[in-house]
Design a protein around this ligand. Sequence first.
Ligand SMILES: *Cc1c(COP(=O)(O)O)cnc(C)c1O
Length: 313
Amino acid sequence: MFTNSSSSIVHKMNCKLNNNNIYIKREDLLPISFGGNKARKAELFFKEIEEKNFNCVVTYGSSSSNHCRVIANLAAANRIPCYIISPTDVSGITFNKKLMQLFNAKIIQCTTNEVKEKISSTLEELKDYGMNPYFIEGGGHGNIGTLAYLRAYQEILKYEKENSQFFDYIFHASGTGTTQAGLISGQILNKDERNIVGISIAREKARGEKVVLESVNAFLKEMNQEDITKNKIKFLDDYTLDGYGKFNDDILKIIKTVLVEDGIPLDSTYTGKAFWGMREYLKKESVSNKNVLFIHTGGTPLFFDRLEELPYE
Ligand SMILES: *Cc1c(COP(=O)(O)O)cnc(C)c1O
């Protein structure tokens, strides 16, 4: 159906948590637009745009959205207009926003409540102008995004085989749940058992779990596979703090530690929060002497939004 040309490396970290071996899959080093899970998904969206002759793209997200930055970059590269519906009430000045502007994305502002309506009116207007717009859900949610993470799961299996390794746990930041849905679909299709733990960055457990479940089942349906039940899904909301974008001093500390000890940038909205959540979880559940894989889902420009706030000692 689609081919994904990019893959990312796995390596062992210097940092140890609760005497576990921590490995990291560097999705942040994927080769386009500062990498990350949105870059992996976007490659597939743009393949479809090219194949089906769409001539502009519409999506939505806040000013800190990695998704919107990557889509704006690829639209500019492909010389097609990009329209971003952006809720003003959750937006500040960020490096991602500056990059979207640099890529000449047309940012259409509204309030969070108006997003849905704004999307349909924008799509209608573009069609009235004779354009053929391609719509992408926020965060690249949907079967195409899920497929992108099935591919990532296959890369993990390949790494394990080549290195005679097995990861007992896979942790990652979970937002719209698409990344997690892809990983779980990979696990189901390969019939292997391990803990895939999504650390929620905002959503409550009930909603997050439901969306991951629906995403997995929508994808498995397309692959003619049987449905799964929600007990296959581990979506933890213990580390969301007060919601999207909220962080604490422990998160800033761990971002600094990982940068110093491993030379890897994390951010306070997604990967730093998830890394901190992973550490807390491993302690709480007394997990030790296991091989643990953390998926670095990207967000490099977000690291710089917090640079001045990182602790000096
Ligand atoms: C969007 C995003 C996530 C969440 O991915 P979902 O597939 O929406 O769950 C995690 N990390 C980073 C850096 C992201 O940009």
